[in-house]
Design a protein around this ligand. Sequence first.
Ligand code: C2E
Ligand code: MG
Ligand code: MG
Ligand code: MG
Length: 292
Amino acid sequence: RAKQHGRNTYQWFASDLNVEASERVELRNDLQRALEQGQLELFYQPIVESRTGKIRGSEALIRWHHPRRGLVAPIQFIPLAEDTGQIIELGQWVLQQACRDAIRLLGMGYRDYRVSVNVSPVQLRQEGFVDLVTDTLRQTGLAPERLELEIVESSVLYDTDQVVDRLGRLRDLGVGIAIDDFGTGFSSLSYLKIMPVTKIKIDRAFVKDVISNRRDAAITQGILSMAHHLSLEVVAEGVETQAHAAFLRKNNCQLLQGYLFARPMPFKAFAEFLATRGNASDNEDAGGTDDT
Ligand code: C2E
Ligand code: MG
Ligand code: MG
Ligand code: MG
């Protein structure tokens, strides 16, 4: 099912902000309609424990079912939504939907399940962001520990003190904070020093050639070693081969995410995936009788 969502489908949109003005206006109007008419959908990609193969959670990744243009990938509209401010409304929808879906999965018995939600720097710069998260958790009934926010390093480029303070308050509530695309920003280490993070996601740019390129291997091992000393969990993104997985496992990377395990998929397919690979909860108490 994921095959048809290949790159070629999206080529008509420019991924940066240099698209024609008229195209941008059209896209902005279309996106407004998408928000109103429910054309957006969250796909989910499993995050797997490297040692056991158990599914520990998933990342929510937005997709847009455009009425004429088909399935549109986030790179084609998130930057524009950030530019127009529509990311605020879109981000609220994502957060609420991800929490609702998480509640459904927890209700189906996946007790360890945790959902990771991408948050734009623009959202983090909103004064009400902490309240938004708190309200969404309360409304949906999701425990803060079941939610993780993925932020990029550039999130603390502006309004640093306020953003760090907001992240700290969310952290205090029990919400996880992961640095996404780690290593691709230009000042990763100084940000690590000030950000109240719980997890690092190694960018797939490093994982891709970890077997063939000694520098990429050294960088990946360095990140893992540093994270270990900081007591941070690490997820490797873009794990596509068994060789990637073996290297990462050997170097004590706890969590893996990538096409080797599954591509991002609609909620229903993900629920079925959990049911067949259904192992996210079997180390917990009740109902764990099936492996006796
Ligand atoms: P990201 O957060 O770094 O998400 C990981 C991206 O890598 C996803 O692309 C995922 O489909 C892709 N990926 C996962 N495993 C593999 C693999 O093994 N190989 C390869 N080649 N790619 C893999 P996607 O879904 O197109 O999302 C792209 C970016 O769009 C995300 O990068 C994130 O920055 C942004 N994004 C997605 N959903 C949201 C959202 O709800 N809100 C915001 N603000 N941004 C979002
Ligand atoms: Mg992410
Ligand atoms: Mg990433
Ligand atoms: Mg990325």
